[in-house]
Design a protein around this ligand. Sequence first.
Ligand code: UDP
Ligand code: MG
Length: 331
Amino acid sequence: MLVEQVHPKPTISIVCPCYNEQEVLSVFISRITDVLDSTKYDYEILLINDGSRDNTLTTMKQLQQEYSPIRTVNLSRNFGKEAAMTAGLDLALGDVIIPIDADLQDPPELIHDFLREWENGYDVVVAKRTDRSSDSWAKKLTAELFYKFHNAVAQVEIPENVGDFRLINRRVVDAIQLLPENQRFMKGIFSWVGFKTAVVEYKREARKAGETSFNGWKLWNFALDGITSFSTAPLRIWLYVGGFISALSFIYGSATIIKTLIYGIDSPGYASLITVILFLGGVQLIGIGVMGEYIGRLYMESKRRPTYIIEEDSYRVTQTDTSSSDESAHS
Ligand code: UDP
Ligand code: MG
């Protein structure tokens, strides 16, 4: 039987998705609790274990014994950062919610600035990196290209150099929960809901321990998720590509017919024929590929599967039913 424990409602909920973060977790908790203890607000820290393969869960539970504001949530497998963060937003009880990475790349000290802007009446306070020197040049370049392309094609812009580290109030969380999609590109969702936003700047540090789980292929897929979740421009562009190629073909075809009528049949051009066939084949396959990408998304969304599954939540304890056996009476 699942029993929901009654917990006092905190003002601040920290939401921290954790995937293989055993090395950094205790440093993270001691640094963030220092910051939170120095504010005048009550708080809770939600640690979401996103199917880690190391001892993150054990570490989380140990920390929970030491620090009572910690709530540990264990997802049944690795669902990805976006899903883990969604779980945290759904479970958080606070008036304001602050998603933060466990690796201390987001400095907890910035929370003071977040709270100040929130007290000034802002619904959202985002953290903007002024310095990405801790990222590799490849990551910086691809990130920049992604933002440029995304913002050129999507209806809502995502501000450059702004990550998930931010403060959002209850109103914003309620709005986010109205979005029904289960493939959640949080950066886009945060921007999409809008609200009065303040910006504070910070310098992004390097990861304190462990390693990033976003590399090469995963980042590319993440970028595709972002673009296809918030724009249909990649689908629409085929109308124009097709139109352009048809116009060219029409001109070329007309010229060929006229030439044939005037000068008679020329020797057939193998080179030009094969080039045109291969080119058109390639263009059509790309078009089909883009369509496939969207159809795949439609298919996944149409299943209406939940975004995440919770295996264990320290606020919802499982109690065995004692009515049928006396042996468990002492437990
Ligand atoms: N994370 C997660 N699930 C994943 C991958 C990452 O919950 O499948 C968490 C990770 O533990 C960290 C945050 O998401 O707290 C950011 O991950 P990471 O530092 O690897 O990304 P980067 O900072 O390099 O973008
Ligand atoms: Mg990181």
